[in-house]
Design a protein around this ligand. Structure first.
Ligand SMILES: Cc1ncc(COP(=O)(O)O)c(C=O)c1O
Length: 376
C-alpha cells in the first residue's frame, strides 16, 4: 500500500480489498465500536463495545439472514431465480430478503403489520417488493402477518422461507456475526446483550460464544408486553412502539437455553437511549438499539472496569425518520411533553381515513363514489 496514503484511506481500503461481485457480498463484516460517553454517563464501569449491525447495506442485522436463507434454499434446490418468495416480517427481514431478491432476480412479497414504519415499506418497494400491510393481531389470528403469508404460500405456490423456523436464521449468526465479534474482540468478552424478536440473533451468537467462552453471560432484552422472557407468564396486552423485538409466541429458532438473564424494556427508556446514542456516540441506530442499551445499563452495572460487555445494535435510524427521532411523534405518543408543531405521518394518515369515512357516508350507498385515494 503506497505510504503517501492517509491512515483513514488505508483503513477504508483494508476493509474491502477487492471488487465485490454484488451488494450481497457487502453484507456482514460490520464494525465493533467502543462506546465512549453513554455507558459512562450512566455509571457503567466496564468497557462497552457496540456491534454496529445498522451498517449493513440494507440497514440491519437481518440482511445476514436474507442472504443465508435464500442461499440455503437455492443450495437445496427448493428455489431458483424467477420464483416468488413470501415472508412475514416486522420489516427488516423483509428488507434483507428484498436485497437478495433484487440482486438475484426473485419476486418478493412481504406481509408486515400496520404498526411498522412506512419507511420500511418505501425501502422494500424501492427494491421491487410488494408489501401487504396486515393488522397487528395475535400470531394465530387468520389476519396476522404469519397466517396471511402461509395462506398465500398454500394458495399461490409462493415460497415461504420462514425466519421463525428456518435454521439459516440462527446459523447465519453462529457462522458469521459471532465469529466476527470473537475476532474483533480478540476473544475477550464477559457479557453480551442482544434484543430478541425471532430470537435468531441471540440464539446463533450465544451458542457460538458459549462454546468458545463458557463463562460469558448472555443477556436477552424483551419489551414489556412480550412473552419471550417468560413464556409461562400470562400474556399482557401492553402495546409498545419499539419495532422488531418481542412476540406473543416463542419462535422455533429462539433457543432460550442460551440466555442467562432477561431484561424487560419499555418504549420511553429505549427511545431516550437511542437518541442519546445518536447524539453522544454518533451511531445512527434504531429504537431496538436503545432497548439493548437499556439491557446493558441494567445487566452490566456490576461489571468492573477491566471487564467488557458487547451490545448488538440491530438497525438504522433511516427506518424511523418520521417516528421517534421526530419530536412531534414523541409528543403524539406521550413520550415527551410539549406542543406538536407539525402533523406526523400517523396523524395525516388518520385524518385522511376520517375524511374518507365521511365522504363514503355522504356518497350514494351503491357505488361508493365518495371514496378518495389517500392524499388526493
Ligand atoms: C430492529 C430490530 N431489532 C431486533 C430484532 C431482533 O432480531 P431477531 O429476530 O434475530 O431476534 C429485529 C428483528 O426483526 C429487528 O428488526
Amino acid at each position: 500500500m503506497p505510504s503517501e496514503q492517509a491512515p483513514a484511506t488505508q483503513t477504508a481500503i483494508a476493509r474491502h480489498t477487492n471488487v465485490l461481485n454484488n451488494i450481497l457480498e457487502a453484507v456482514g463484516g460490520t464494525p465493533c465500536v467502543r462506546m465512549n460517553r453513554v455507558p459512562q454517563d450512566h455509571g457503567i464501569k466496564c468497557e462497552v463495545i457496540a456491534k454496529c449491525e445498522f451498517m449493513n447495506p440494507g440497514g440491519s442485522v437481518k440482511d445476514r439472514i436474507g442472504v443465508r436463507m435464500v442461499a440455503d434454499a437455492e443450495a437445496s434446490g427448493r428455489i431458483k431465480p424467477g420464483d416468488t418468495l413470501i415472508e412475514p416480517s416486522s420489516g427488516n427481514t423483509g428488507i434483507g430478503l428484498s436485497l437478495s431478491a433484487a440482486a438475484k432476480g426473485y419476486k418478493m412479497i412481504v406481509t408486515m403489520p400496520t404498526k411498522m414504519s412506512q419507511e420500511k415499506t418505501i425501502v422494500m418497494e424501492a427494491l421491487g417488493t410488494e408489501v401487504i400491510r396486515v393488522p397487528l393481531v395475535a400470531y394465530d389470528h387468520p389476519d396476522s402477518l404469519i397466517s396471511v403469508a402461509k395462506r398465500l404460500e398454500a394458495e399461490k405456490g409462493y415460497h415461504l422461507l420462514d425466519q421463525y423456523a428456518n435454521p439459516g436464521n440462527p446459523n447465519s449468526h453462529y457462522d458469521g456475526t459471532a465469529e466476527e465479534i470473537l475476532a474483533q474482540c480478540d476473544n475477550k468478552i464477559d457479557m453480551i446483550v442482544i434484543g430478541a424478536g425471532t430470537g435468531g440473533t441471540i440464539t446463533g451468537i450465544a451458542k457460538k460464544l458459549k462454546e468458545r467462552l463458557p463463562n460469558i453471560i448472555v443477556v436477552g432484552v424483551d419489551p414489556v408486553g412480550s412473552i419471550l422472557a417468560d413464556p409461562s407468564a400470562p400474556a399482557e396486552n401492553t402495546p409498545y412502539q419499539v419495532e422488531g423485538i418481542g412476540y406473543d409466541f416463542v419462535p422455533k429458532v429462539c433457543d432460550r437455553q442460551y440466555v442467562d438473564r432477561w431484561v424487560k424494556s419499555r418504549d420511553k427508556e429505549s427511545f431516550d437511549l437511542a437518541r442519546e446514542i445518536h447524539a453522544k456516540e454518533a451511531m445512527l441506530c434504531g429504537g431496538s438499539s436503545g432497548s439493548a442499551m437499556w439491557g446493558v445499563l441494567e445487566a452490566a452495572k456490576d461489571l468492573e472496569a477491566h471487564q467488557r460487555c458487547v451490545v448488538v445494535f440491530p438497525d438504522n435510524i433511516r427506518n424511523y425518520m418520521t417516528k421517534f427521532p421526530d419530536r412531534n411523534w414523541r409528543i403524539e405518543y406521550g413520550l415527551e411533553e410539549g406542543e406538536i408543531t407539525r402533523p406526523t405521518y400517523n396523524q395525516l394518515e388518520k385524518r385522511v381515513k376520517e375524511l374518507e369515512a365521511k365522504l363514503a357516508a355522504a356518497a350514494p350507498a351503491a357505488g361508493g363514489e365518495g371514496k378518495t385515494k389517500a392524499f388526493c
